[in-house]
Design a protein around this ligand. Structure first.
Ligand code: ADP
Ligand code: MG
Length: 567
């Protein structure tokens, strides 16, 4: 084919492809325009996942009559004038690309009115060209209707998913914007049904209720306050999800997708979440406009920070601080199963019981109503005794506590290992006789890489020939724990991908797990007292390093109800 300059229509379609990938991108651009126009109410209506129709109606400033046609010209914007403005972008839009891009690939109908104009303006466009113009309704604001999306771009149309998948993307997106702007009333209607409605009263917690439901919203933990650089809400560890899709980040209230912010948030949960679990977070980061570049991609969801390290630390610290204050004890509020109940098919082994306790306590926690937030410190506890050689029974000012001796000890040791390691001051125990251990060939091939790290945690190990290795010292905190299994686990972490800090945590968790007192071991009163005192000193006493609770709490009023003393 000879070289040829493309038709303007093809150029417009190519450019539109960068901004409008799917129906949700149209909704995003229209919502951003409505927000930039100072709206306090934004209604979004979609049909068949937006493929058939998208309508966004706002009560913002409107577009002056003589500028409406201009707004659909490429690079026409009222938000940026010269290149110095690009360094200080405070609006969501600035590229002047959205309206022309949307119009290039659909049928658009816009009605808009400012307070200054006596009547509204109505413009109809087909494939980017104005095909009709007239007067519109008299209410202030803008209504944009987009129909037949991608009808003239078969290549794009082919890639659209089903109406319900596209609708799900749109409702995710509207959720994100309503979280970022609690003072704006959002309403999303899909095929005639209202799927999301926010009150627009400025309360982020009320938006959380609309999106995640009352129970989740009530147990979310506040990060910072309105004035802080990092503010919003994060979930308690017990509410974690198995997918990463509940992490929402905003930079100066612009919704962004950022691996850096995800990592910083998850880092704050170190040692609080079970592997494979992810928190819920809604966080806004306020930074000077010139410390962040939003002009990375036409879709404007990627940002670059001038100082990534500072942002990372700032977010990680803010979230951690909120979690440490609020890391709470699960309350048992559900009625116990009647004795002799045969409906339960769950096992009765220790693991099964623990699993069930955890499950029940986390539901109970989710059911908690918003009462005063518990302190991170434990109340003063009086040890009563031991149950099933596994749980410590204790009395506190507000009821009974059952403490899982293994989980509690694991938490204590985990924090000690991390602290000793941070100070490069690891306490070691020498072996009277070196302990010989076997490594699998795979572990053996990792040994050279792992040796230094093992050393830094107190394991002096040398190859003895073949698959045998000699352990001369071990971390003192491992006590009489299983050296072989701890070493195996630590070497295995080297085979796994992932960031170093997670690996460090897993190493500390292995040492803690094997060093901790086992379930099934009879403890003396003194030993139990020591353990509970140490737990009181822990930074996050309420969960073990894998995120399981170290204790469950039966509050006095619950006991009274159970015994029929109180209704
Ligand atoms: P950008 O938002 O990057 O400026 P757009 O193509 O999205 O570019 O919009 C072009 C212009 O049209 C905006 O700068 C703004 O002046 C005007 N505009 C678009 N939508 C609205 C709206 N809902 N209310 C008021 N003005 C709007
Ligand atoms: Mg815009």
């Amino acid at each position: 084919m000879p070289i040829d300059v493309l038709d303007p229509e093809v150029i417009a379609q190519i450019a539109a492809g960068e901004v409008v990938e799917r129906p949700a991108s149209v909704v995003k651009e229209l919502i951003e325009n409505a927000i930039d126009a100072g709206s306090t109410q934004i209604k979004i209506e979609i049909k068949h996942g937006g493929i058939k129709l998208i309508r966004v109606v706002d009560n913002g400033s409107g577009i002056p009559q003589n500028e409406v046609a201009l707004a659909f010209k490429r690079h026409a914007t009222s938000k940026v004038h010269d290149s110095s403005d690009l360094e200080n972008i405070s609006t969501l839009g600035f590229r002047g690309e959205a309206l022309p891009s949307i119009a290039a690939v659909s049928h658009v109908d816009i009605i808009t009115k400012t307070t200054g104009d006596s009547s509204g303006t109505h413009i109809v466009l087909r494939a980017g060209e104005i095909t009709g113009q007239g007067r519109g309704a008299g209410t202030q604001g803008t209504s944009v209707t987009v129909e037949n999306l991608f009808q003239n771009v078969p290549a794009r149309l082919k890639f659209l998913k089903s109406g319900s998948t596209e609708a799900a993307h749109i409702s995710d997106l509207v959720s994100q914007y309503s979280l970022a702007y609690p003072e704006i009333k959002f309403e999303l209607t899909s095929d005639g049904k209202i799927v999301l409605q926010t009150p627009g009263n400025g309360s982020l917690r009320d938006v959380l209720v609309a999106i995640y439901g009352l129970k989740t919203a009530e147990s979310m933990i506040e990060v910072g306050d309105g004035e802080s650089q990092v503010s919003g809400f994060v979930s308690p560890p017990s509410l974690a999800r198995s997918r990463r899709d509940s992490l929402s980040f905003f930079v100066n209230r612009r919704w962004v997708k950022s691996g850096l912010l995800i990592r910083a948030t998850e880092e704050a949960y170190s040692g609080l979440l079970m592997t494979g679990k992810h928190p819920i977070a809604v966080l806004n980061i306020s930074i000077p406009f010139d410390d962040v570049d939003v002009n990375v991609h036409p879709a404007k969801t990627e940002v670059r920070f001038r100082s990534e390290g500072e942002v990372f630390t700032m977010v990680q610290r803010a979230v951690r601080a909120a979690l440490v204050v609020e890391s709470s004890i699960p309350d048992v509020k559900r009625a116990p199963r009647p004795l002799g109940s045969t409906t339960s098919t769950v096992g009765t082994g220790r693991a099964a019981i623990q699993e069930r306790l955890f499950e029940e306590s986390s539901t109970a926690q989710a059911q908690r109503t918003s009462r005063a937030l518990p302190e991170s410190r434990l109340p003063i506890l009086r040890i009563i005794g031991q149950l099933a050689s596994t749980y410590i029974i204790a009395e506190g000012p507000d009821g009974m506590y059952l403490i899982d001796q293994h989980a509690a000890h694991e938490r204590i040791l985990f924090e000690k290992v991390m602290a000793q390691r941070a100070k490069c001051d690891v306490e070691v125990q020498g072996m009277l006789e070196p302990v010989s251990i076997e490594l699998t060939p795979r572990q053996g091939s990792m040994f050279n890489r792992a040796q230094e790290t093992l050393k830094s945690y107190g394991f002096a190990i040398e190859p003895f020939g073949g698959q045998t290795y000699l352990v001369r010292t071990a971390p003192a905190l491992l006590g009489e724990g299983d050296i072989t299994r701890a070493v195996h686990e630590i070497i295995d972490t080297f085979a796994e991908e992932g960031d170093r800090s997670k690996a460090e945590e897993r190493i500390a968790a292995s040492i803690a797990c094997h060093g901790a007192v086992r379930a099934g071991k009879v403890l003396t009163m003194d030993e139990m007292t020591r353990l509970v005192l140490d737990l009181e000193d822990a930074e996050s006493p309420h969960t073990c390093p894998h995120g399981r609770p170290t204790m469950v709490h039966f509050d006095t009023s619950h006991l009274e109800r159970e015994f029929g003393r109180k209704l």
